[in-house]
Write a protein that binds this ligand. Structure first.
Ligand code: ADP
Ligand code: MG
Length: 728
């Protein structure tokens, strides 16, 4: 444990020797300070507690230890083992300030057996030197080290004691704290609060009976007491690793609060108005949905039919849908979105489709125009890069309602855009949008409701980053989820090869071969996160070397800095097979769909995250030719990079990849903490406590249905101000 961490542990007692923040004993006394010098502002302890979020007795009581220290044992000095954290006791027989190699206080103690231990302090107060005077008996606790002069502890926690001072009977709690609040102070404040507060059970008896009893956990007050002051005979390791039944009880309460809160948000939505969009009969020749289905060159997969039905059913209801459509890359989400839009248009409303990049938005525009314009629907295209005149025309079409479907980037949510009758908002690759943009979209929807519309549009969010079930339950309990779990037929699986960049020439040879047999190829440039300029430069260089190496091929380059028109021109040429090799940065990561492309080379694959690699790879394997993805890496490979690359080689299943990604990275990073309900959890963690989510969810359903008052009180107790995190 690094010294700085240990200091938290060191301050377990008011008399503890505090170290590095302490002034040097020799620092000149500031007695000569001018009379008019302002006194330092004193932050009151109550304010400091408030900063920790500890305002009421309940807050204090629920401020639970982050870990424990075992001070119940004394180890004789002779039995100390270097590397262990231990507590021992002895009498000071030497106390000196040394100056070499640097200024330090050296205190030596011995115990009755005559074994010696050196205590070393690099920063110290004069008062501490006195406190550890020769002849004083000290109880010390710290990391044991084998020093040059025998055993030593550097900056141990130290307490003068009388011979025979009893040892604590229970583990000593260590609380989360901030600078300026000592553990001793916190402990006292919490102990006082425990005596004052009564912590009634809020779970209604029938809920406790069915959902809590099977967990075999103690009552709430009991659990809290155990956690603050574990009994001498409690299972120490279970307390420390968080599996003790007392912890289970607390985690259950917390997860219950989270589920309640998410479900409340969900229910609250049912009280708002949205346009009901009735379904048309399957033989209704006037229905756009019907005509679109008839015109499609393919039949929907079973999974597509199922999610289309789920969405269509919800659109008929008069409250806003908020549904996540998840489906692996290439599973065919776009047509599902188009059918939802068609249902909105059938009912006399407009639909908007927002995509995170201009390339993707453009491609959607092309695809949906191809499907809908022959059926007489006007589709408007709105992007930041449009010329003023085109933009004005698009805005007008949206405002007048002549455009039934408006497709674009986040330009759609900019202030100037008004819709005549917006009934459905579709967000593609929703995880790619920042929280701010999602909030803006929500505000836009609400504004639409305030203005001439007295309703809020339905929302369909699409994502190709599938979320494992436990995560979806915890984080998106306020969303309804539809999942496409089947790929369209006729896809040949992608073969993934992991090769070292030493074989670059060989790979270039493969690219030539593939292109000359009529296939198309993506070459993905290395990701350089630190510098966009460098990234661009690398892309241009890669392009130039490939052009030189493959003179017989038509090569294109696409990157984020190209003007949108140039970007569109290159993508167009590629989709018409006029370009055979497309050198690209990650701008092609999302959604790009060119079925004839069947070979992808990713350079420096070790720099990409799993989700990103999966998305990139999803650009191939869209046609009937067998596709290959070459992950080229440079040594040395880190452990996690190696894990990522083997995952990619072993599976193409997006859910499996997401599951492993979660394993490698942990849920916080996986979702981005602010994107999710994770900010609400203090005690429960998804890695360890996933099994508690299901019971918490069931209890939440019951409580909402039968005990609304208990719900409110439970939320106030456990979430308080934190609930607003969910509103993102
Ligand atoms: P994603 O879910 O990644 O957005 P797309 O909607 O882009 O996938 O679909 C990928 C490709 O599969 C597109 O070319 C699309 O037209 C095609 N497709 C979608 N559904 C089917 C289907 N049921 N049968 C055959 N091809 C389909
Ligand atoms: Mg897509």
């Amino acid at each position: 444990m690094p010294l700085s961490d240990r200091r938290v542990a060191a301050s377990t007692d008011p008399l503890t020797v505090e170290d590095s923040e302490a002034p040097r004993a020799a620092a000149p006394a500031k007695k000569k300070a001018k009379a008019d010098a302002k006194p330092k502002p004193v932050v009151k302890t109550a304010d400091k507690l408030a900063r920790l979020g500890l305002k009421s007795d309940i807050d204090l009581v629920l401020h639970l230890p982050m870990r424990y220290e075992d001070e119940t044992q004394l180890t004789p000095i002779g039995e100390l083992i270097p590397g262990d954290i231990a507590q021992t006791e002895g009498v000071v027989f030497d106390n000196e300030i040394a100056y070499r190699p640097r200024r330090q206080l050296l205190v030596k103690i011995h115990d009755d057996a005559g074994d010696e231990l050196t205590l070393r302090f690099l920063n110290f107060y004069g008062s501490q030197v006195k406190q550890m005077a020769i002849g004083v008996r000290l109880r010390v606790r710290g990391d044991v080290r084998g020093g040059f002069f025998g055993l030593e502890m550097v900056h141990p926690a130290v307490r003068p004691v009388d011979d025979g001072t009893p040892l604590p009977q229970a583990l000593t709690p260590v609380y989360p704290s901030t600078a300026g609040i000592s553990q001793a102070y916190l402990r006292k404040a919490i102990d006082n609060a425990i005596t004052r507060v009564d912590l009634p059970e809020l779970l209604p008896a029938p809920i406790a009976e069915t959902h809590l009893k099977p967990l075999n956990v103690p009552g709430l007050l009991d659990a809290v007491r155990t956690l603050h002051h574990p009994h001498a005979d409690s299972d120490e390791s279970a307390l420390i690793d968080g599996t003790h039944p007392a912890w289970t009880r607390i985690k259950f309460e917390e997860l219950l609060a989270q589920q309640l809160s998410l479900k409340r948000a969900h229910e609250e939505r049912r009280t708002r108005a949205a346009p009901a969009m009735p379904r048309r009969a399957p033989d209704d020749d006037a229905s756009l949905v019907v005509r679109l289905l008839r015109a499609l060159p393919f039949a929907l997969t079973g999974a597509q039919q199922r999610v289309v039905a789920e969405i269509a059913g919800e659109l008929t209801l008069a409250h806003p849908m908020q549904r996540l459509l998840q489906g692996d890359v290439g599973s065919g989400k776009t047509i599902v979105a188009a059918l939802a839009a068609a249902q909105a248009i059938d009912a006399g409303y407009q639909a908007a489709l927002m995509a995170p990049t201009e390339i993707l938005a453009e491609q959607h525009a092309r695809k949906l125009r191809g499907w809908l314009e022959p059926l007489g629907v006007t589709v408007a295209w709105l992007a930041g890069s449009l010329k003023a005149k085109e933009k004005r025309a698009a805005l007008e079409a949206a405002a007048l309602g002549t455009a039934k479907l408006i497709i674009g980037t986040h330009a759609i949510i900019q202030d100037a855009v008004e819709f005549a009758r917006l009934g459905l908002v579709i967000v593609d690759e929703q995880h790619r949008f920042g929280v701010a943009q999602r909030l803006a979209l929500r505000a836009k929807a609400l504004n639409a409701a305030d203005g001439k519309q007295d309703f809020q549009p339905h929302q369909l969010m699409m994502s190709a980053t599938p979320i494992p079930r436990t995560l979806a339950m915890t984080y998106y309990a306020d969303l309804d989820v539809s999942t496409i779990d089947e790929l369209p037929p006729g896809r040949t699986p992608i073969l993934t090869k992991v090769v070292s960049d030493g074989r670059r020439d060989e790979i270039i040879g493969r690219v030539r071969e593939a292109a000359l047999t009529g296939r198309q190829v993506y070459w993905v440039c290395p990701l350089i996160e630190e510098s966009e300029t460098l990234q661009l430069q690398t892309a241009v260089e890669t392009y130039e070397t490939l052009v030189a190496a493959l003179p017989e091929l038509r090569v294109g380059l696409v990157h984020g800095r190209l003007a949108p028109a140039e970007k569109a021109a290159v993508m167009d040429a590629f989709s018409r097979n006029e370009v055979q090799l497309l050198v690209a940065t990650t701008v092609i990561e999302v959604g790009v769909d060119v079925p004839n492309a069947s070979l992808m080379v990713i350079e420096h694959a070790e720099r990409f995250g799993l989700a990103q690699l999966h998305q990139l790879r999803g650009r191939v394997g869209r046609g009937s030719t067998a596709s290959v993805c070459v992950l080229m890496y440079a040594n040395p490979l880190s452990q996690t990079a190696r894990a990522r690359l083997s995952t990619m080689r072993e599976t193409t299943d997006g859910f499996e990849i997401a599951r492993r990604d979660l394993e490698i990275r942990g849920p916080g990073e996986f979702l981005g903490a602010r994107q999710s309900g994770e900010a609400m959890l203090r005690f429960a963690s998804l890695e360890n406590d996933g099994w508690l989510i299901e019971p918490a969810r069931e209890a939440a359903d019951q409580m909402l249905a039968r005990f609304p008052d208990a719900v409110t009180r439970h939320l106030a107790r456990w979430l308080g101000a934190r609930e607003h995190y969910l509103k993102a």
